[in-house]
Design a protein around this ligand. Structure first.
Ligand SMILES: Cc1ncc(COP(=O)(O)O)c(C=O)c1O
Length: 358
């Protein structure tokens, strides 16, 4: 039985450096930004099956009925709970490639038979419903994708998502869309794919785009009978959520637009620097996006591991090795923490290109 995650262990032990470009979400939001009245903090609350003000805030943001909301510890546990409710041991699950490692780890832990469908670099990692259909068999119970796509930040169109949702429904399967990065589409933010049909389940959180990882405020959107089944499954894991985190999360929802504007001001200069870097460094290439906090770079003189080792040891700079996305010739760069650090990290990457393996 699969009982570990190589990527998460790496992230917890190897990600940090003086110039950390190995992040996926934005930097920590200062507590003052929540304008939280600390005198309202309480240790316990009425939250056995969700703290009503938090469930309502999530439902209002997603424009869904509160009965469709299941709260969870971050998107990580939301994904696990959703998958565990949707599949049985041995069920076939189709997952995008390249994929965020934890999605695969959770599925393997649950005993799924995992099959893949490709998202092609030459198409900017676009989501192609025909590729999903090609990978499906009569045994497929679940399709798993990310939107925005981790690692590339590609945005899926609503038409493609709708087509895949319909394919899943016709097959008696579900479509799980991890939307943890979707709010990094700062203008005309698409609605949750949950609205695209009864076979769709989505997950998200305040962790990545709002810099509020410590609150662990995650959620699942699912049709009410499924949502109830997920709450019941959650009984196996937890008597109740951490209430102080729920109270602070409610405060965050009251200022979500303000928090997102703040984040936008941090991410966009990084994106401009990355674009200039890609324009001037033929050693790497990547599909450009106007969204998201990550980019997936191909190192033309790969594999990337030796380059990243040199970048770390000589230049105190880290990026995520592509091997964690089953693409060892690539690496992932993260934006939105600190512009000076990001710009200096890129400058050091440039030096690491030119000093070769000398
Ligand atoms: C696609 C995806 N889903 C989920 C997570 C984990 O999110 P959380 O911190 O909300 O548990 C990550 C973190 O990198 C991610 O990239």
């Amino acid at each position: 039985m699969h009982k570990h995650s190589e990527y998460m262990h790496w992230a917890k032990t190897q990600q940090r450096a003086r110039y950390t470009l190995a992040t996926s979400g934005v930097g920590a939001c200062p507590i003052e930004e929540l304008a939280f009245d600390a005198s309202r903090l309480a240790i316990h609350g009425d939250n056995s099956y969700g703290y009503a003000p938090l469930v309502s805030a999530i439902a209002a943001k997603a424009a869904v009925d509160p009965d469709c909301v299941v709260t969870a510890q971050g998107t990580s546990f939301a994904n696990y709970l959703a998958m565990a409710a949707l599949i049985d041991h041995g069920d076939e699950v189709i997952v995008e490639h390249p994929a965020y490692g934890l999605l695969l780890d959770a599925l393997l832990h649950l005993g799924a038979t995992v099959k893949r469908f490709p998202r092609h670099e030459e198409d900017g990692y676009a989501l192609n419903p025909a590729e999903v259909r090609r990978a499906m068999t009569p045994r497929t119970r679940l399709i798993v994708i990310t939107n925005l796509h981790n690692p590339s930040s590609a945005l899926a169109g609503e038409a493609e998502l709708r087509e895949i949702a319909e394919t899943a429904r016709e097959a008696g399967a579900h479509l799980l869309v991890d939307e943890v990065y979707l709010d990094a589409v700062f203008e005309n933010t698409p609605r949750s794919a949950f609205h695209l049909g009864p076979a769709v389940v989505t997950t998200s959180s305040l962790t990545k785009i709002y810099g509020l990882s410590g609150l662990r405020c995650g959620w699942i959107l699912a049709a009410p009978p499924l949502a109830r089944a997920m709450w019941r499954l959650n009984d196996v894991f937890a008597a109740s959520p951490v209430h102080p985190g729920e109270l602070m999360s409610v405060a965050a929802f009251a200022r979500l637009d303000h928090l997102r504007e703040r984040v936008r001001r941090i991410v966009e200069p990084d994106r401009a620097s990355l674009a200039a870097f890609l324009d001037t460094h033929p050693q790497v290439s990547a599909p450009r996006t106007r969204y998201g906090t990550t980019a997936f770079l191909r190192l033309h003189d790969g594999p990337a591991d030796a380059f990243l080792d040199r970048l770390r040891s000589r230049y105190e700079t880290t990026a995520v090795p592509g091997r964690f996305f089953e693409m060892p010739g690539h690496f992932r760069v993260g934006m939105g923490v600190d512009h000076e650090m990001f710009a200096e990290g890129l400058r050091r990457m440039s030096l690491a290109f030119s000093d070769g393996a000398a």
